[in-house]
Design a protein around this ligand. Structure first.
Ligand code: EZ4
Ligand code: CO
Length: 398
């Protein structure tokens, strides 16, 4: 079998998605997600100009060899653009191989280790009543676990919550931030949530890289009475050593890694067991092949998976994640923000979301298709994540 064509499809059925479609001389096709929120066109160019020409004529069964050739052959390694592009190829080739085998992808990854995949959803509100309504809405949808984000008194925007296309597409929305106000208000929010919803509900929180290690240590301690499933991205972890300090001070479980793109970002974090959950997405980590290796490394340190699943992972990336979730032993939880009805129409899929649990379905391959005609009716719209400024105007991590 040979790869005879590969196309990059950029579409915005509510938000932008980058999809690679690989075609073979035997008519079998594969899909991969390469969406990099706010930097989509860079990945489109990387794939179209530098990856697709290298794929033509190659054997789609040679997934590992192709991965290594794209990773090592570029000479310039790592980085989100490169690794999103390689991820799309890796996933598309797994899709092809599983389709030819006539098996859902999870079977090629070792088969099911569980019946279904537990998820968590997002709740947020400017104040407590709005937050409670949002939590009730997620519970009504069946979510067994909920990430809680709220407004901070004195700040205008609910942080860490972003909204599709920006009003002025060419420029990011500017938000405001005050770490002191956040640290003072958050424990009270979780106290109120526990009083209203009881001790059983699984609760998570995302600090979105906004704290220093000592601030993160304090927050982790202050949140201990509320029994969080995890505190996510408590501090930017490019400096992996900083997590030693956080870890020494708190038993609140820690999750990190949605912006990471290779195992090297995790060497200290996993090797010293400084975190409890790894957050990388198939889409941003070079695909199913390297993420599987990361999970095996994490398993040696009793660390579990928690694949990133916001709206900006396409249904193709989500499908790949769900197959992996079902197959690996050290599965933790799967984030599932869901997609717009139009997105589900552009990407018809076999995976299901029922009572808060996902299942990849039994269709051969990833179990996903791309309606190219509908996709082309919804072209790319420039959109950026917000940026953050402190009250004196200093740029802060978003
Ligand atoms: O802000 O995916 O845990 N989930 C998150 C996400 C990220 C976005 C960035 O594109 O933090 O909502
Ligand atoms: Co996050």
């Amino acid at each position: 079998m040979k790869i005879v064509d590969a196309r990059v499809v950029l579409t915005s059925p509510g938000r932008n998605f980058v999809t690679l479609k690989v075609e073979t001389d035997e008519g079998v096709t594969g899909l991969g997600d390469a969406t990099l929120n706010g930097r989509e066109l860079a990945v489109v160019g990387y794939l179209r100009d530098h990856v697709v020409p290298l794929l033509l004529g190659t054997d789609p069964y040679r997934i590992e060899d192709t991965w290594q050739a794209l990773y090592r052959g570029a000479y310039w390694r790592r980085g989100p653009v490169t690794m999103a592009a390689i991820a799309a190829v890796d996933v598309a080739l797994w899709d092809i191989k599983a389709k030819v085998a006539g098996l859902p992808l999870y079977q090629l990854l070792g088969g099911a280790s569980r019946e279904r995949v537990r998820t968590y959803g997002h709740a947020s509100g400017r104040d407590i009543p709005e937050l409670f309504d949002s939590i009730r809405a997620r519970l009504a949808e069946g979510y067994p676990a909920i990430r809680v984000q709220t407004g901070v008194p004195g700040l205008e925007r609910v942080y860490g919550v972003h909204h599709g296309a920006t009003p002025d597409g060419a420029r990011p929305v500017v938000e405001d931030w005050d770490t002191g106000a956040y640290l003072r208000s958050l424990p009270g929010v979780f106290d109120a949530v526990r009083q209203e919803f009881g001790p059983e509900l699984t609760l998570l929180h995302d600090a979105h890289h906004r704290l220093t290690p000592i601030q993160a240590a304090r927050l982790g301690k202050d949140l201990e009475p509320y029994d969080l499933f995890w505190l996510e991205d408590c501090t930017p972890a490019e400096n992996q050593d900083g997590l030693r300090l956080v870890r020494r001070h708190t038993t609140t479980p820690l999750a990190i890694g949605e912006v990471f793109n290779t195992v090297f970002d995790y060497q200290t974090l996993v090797g010293e067991q400084l975190i409890d959950y790894v957050r990388s997405a198939v889409t941003h980590f070079g695909g199913v092949s390297p993420l599987r290796k990361l999970f095996d490394f994490a398993a040696q340190h009793q660390i579990k998976s928690a694949i990133h699943g916001p709206e900006d992972i396409s249904p193709v990336g989500m499908a790949a994640a769900i197959h992996l979730d079902l197959a690996i032993h050290n599965f933790g939880i799967q984030e599932y923000a869901g997609h717009t009805p139009l997105t589900h129409e552009v990407f018809p899929h076999a995976y299901t979301f029922t009572d808060g649990y996902l299942h990849p379905g039994e269709a051969p391959g990833l179990g996903i298709e791309l309606d190219e005609e509908l996709a082309s009716a919804h072209p790319y719209e420039p959109a950026y994540l917000p940026i953050n400024r402190l009250q004196d105007g200093t740029i802060h991590d978003w």
